[in-house]
Design a protein around this ligand. Structure first.
Ligand code: FAD
Length: 499
């Protein structure tokens, strides 16, 4: 158990030690050094759920290679690139904050946190190749993606990603490539941030402490906590509470009793990866390659073949294979999480989701129970010569996607991230997963604007925010901002030792 310092009645209580709570903690402390913060983590180790490097793909989502961010392929070949532009800009915010954290010694070991890995997209078969070609034409017109390359030339593909052509027939193949993509260990960033935070005056963090209940008072929140190590219970209070508990956020939101949580439900999606550490393969592949969604797969189950660098070791990861689960968390979850989340205010939405998303549920059950040979078949779309003996199946993280009851939304699973804030602006929570970790800084900017608006009016705090995220209030996607974006990006890359 990590227990350095415990702060009684702090200004802010953070629940969970993933990348989102860690980011909020660091940004608030840098914004206003007088603020007091206490963080509670239920697990024994910091940042060991969705933010842990093996539980996510570690893609620094910047819209460079993810084909699901560029939909609307019509007859006229038009591709909508607005989502990719939005994600790129949000990832720039994260790069800026991490660069600031590195220069301040908050992130001590950048190599453990972020590395350059080219981001590629793969198309095979004429229809996919035509799509990728249209997408490239549209994207490369924008200054964010001007360095994107496109090829159908097999020699070039062989240079970029030799495994893709091993054993492949003569079907048309095409790829795009951006060399400035990243592989990110979000868990390492989060834990380094929290380690820094708990050394600060007026801040503390403890593991093996599960928050069990929240009740609103006149001037903030009373938080009930179970010390899992000692088997004791106690309470603490704070003016502001952030529920950054990942899969554990929904039950806490429901316990809080805020109106905004009424009708909310959660739809958990488990995941698995194939991992190879065979040096023969690992040394031949240095790229994150995203393909197209197979059939009924939800956007987050679009397959990719990734180089990962975790604790200095290179490996290959393929997936994710989605899976049906009723757990909301790996370590601290239970198979009763889903049934326990059913309330009178969300049961109709949950039933509607079950009915309207039956193909998705069937897909998840089928994916989770497929044989290794079937899994290998999917991998072979990327690497046709893949052999069973080189790959091992491991668990990925669980995403608990939000289900809302508002008119028009009922029965829909929301595959993005959702920030829920109460009307008193003294409690916020994050639901959902992708592309959460990459856009964690943008999520925190939104929370600051909504819940800490008074602080942002203070000239000193505003100045501090600009030091951390210089472009937080600018639109870098505008054509006249191309030069500024390039200059700030270079600065971030330098501070993160990426150039
Ligand atoms: C399969 C998969 C692949 C992904 N790939 C990517 C990717 O490539 N790029 C990307 O940007 N994002 C990716 N994501 C999303 C990313 O992992 C998440 O958005 C991000 O890690 C969420 O961070 P978090 O801080 O919200 O939650 P978490 O990291 O899950 O942290 C929540 C913490 O809260 C703790 N907790 C829970 N309940 C309580 C409680 N009651 N009291 C105290 N503590 C509690 C948990 O133990 C946990 O440590 C992926 C996710 C999955 C599942």
């Amino acid at each position: 158990m990590i227990k350095d310092q415990h702060i009684k009645d702090p200004d802010v209580i953070l629940i969970g030690s993933g990348i989102i709570s860690a980011t909020l903690g660091v940004v608030l402390k840098q914004l206003d050094p007088s603020i007091t913060i206490q963080l509670y983590e239920a697990s024994e180790h910091l940042s060991s759920e969705a933010s842990n490097a093996w539980h996510n793909a570690g893609t620094g989502h910047a819209g460079l290679c993810e084909l699901s961010y560029t939909p609307n392929y019509g007859e006229d070949g038009d591709v909508d690139v607005s989502k990719a532009i939005e994600i790129f800009q949000q990832f720039e915010h994260s790069l800026q904050l991490w660069a600031y954290a590195a220069t301040k010694g908050i992130i001590k070991n950048t190599k453990n946190c972020i590395n350059l890995i080219p981001h590629l997209s793969l198309a095979y078969g004429q229809e996919q190749v035509d799509f990728l070609s249209s997408r490239y034409r549209k994207m490369s017109q924008h200054h964010f993606f001007k360095d994107m390359e496109f090829t159908q030339d097999r020699d070039t593909i062989r240079q970029w990603a030799p495994l893709i052509l091993e054993g492949r027939g003569q079907e048309p193949v095409a790829m795009t490539r951006v060399s400035q993509g990243t592989d990110v260990n979000f868990g390492a960033i989060a834990s380094q941030m929290i380690e820094w935070l708990r050394e600060q005056e007026g801040c503390g963090s403890v593991t093996q402490h599960r928050v069990t209940n929240l009740s609103e008072m006149d001037d903030g929140w009373k938080v009930e906590i179970s010390n899992l190590y000692e088997g004791t219970k106690f309470t603490n209070t704070a003016a502001f509470v952030f529920i950054g508990a990942g899969g554990g956020s929904l039950p806490l939101l429901q316990n809080s009793g805020i109106d905004e949580a009424k009708g909310l439900g959660g739809f958990p999606i488990g995941g698995q990866w194939l991992v190879s550490k065979n040096p023969k393969l690992v040394n031949q592949h240095t790229a994150k390659i995203y393909g197209m969604s197979p059939g009924a797969a939800p956007t987050m189950a679009v397959p990719h073949l990734d180089t990962r660098i975790i604790d200095g070791e290179k490996s290959l990861l393929f997936g994710p294979y989605a899976a049906w689960t009723t757990k909301f968390l790996h370590a601290q979850g239970s198979y009763f999480d889903l049934p326990n989340s059913i309330r009178s205010d969300n049961i109709i939405s949950l039933i509607k989701v079950g009915i309207q998303n039956f193909p998705l549920v069937r897909y998840l059950i089928q994916q989770g129970s497929q044989s290794m040979n079937t899994r290998l078949k999917e991998l072979k779309n990327f690497y046709p010569d893949a052999c069973h003996k080189d790959w091992q199946l491991i668990d990925a993280g669980i995403r608990v996607q939000a289900i809302k009851k508002e008119d028009g939304d009922a029965g829909i699973v929301h595959f993005g991230t959702e920030v829920i804030t109460n009307s008193n602006k003294n409690l916020s929570a994050l639901l959902g997963a992708s592309p959460g970790a990459s856009v964690s800084t943008s999520i925190i900017i939104d929370i600051l604007k909504e819940c800490f608006a008074e602080k942002l009016k203070n000239a000193h705090c505003k100045e501090n925010l600009l030091k951390m995220i210089p472009t937080y209030n600018e639109d870098l996607s505008m054509p006249h901002m191309a030069e500024r974006q390039l200059q700030i990006n270079k600065q971030s890359m330098r501070s993160l030792n990426l150039v």
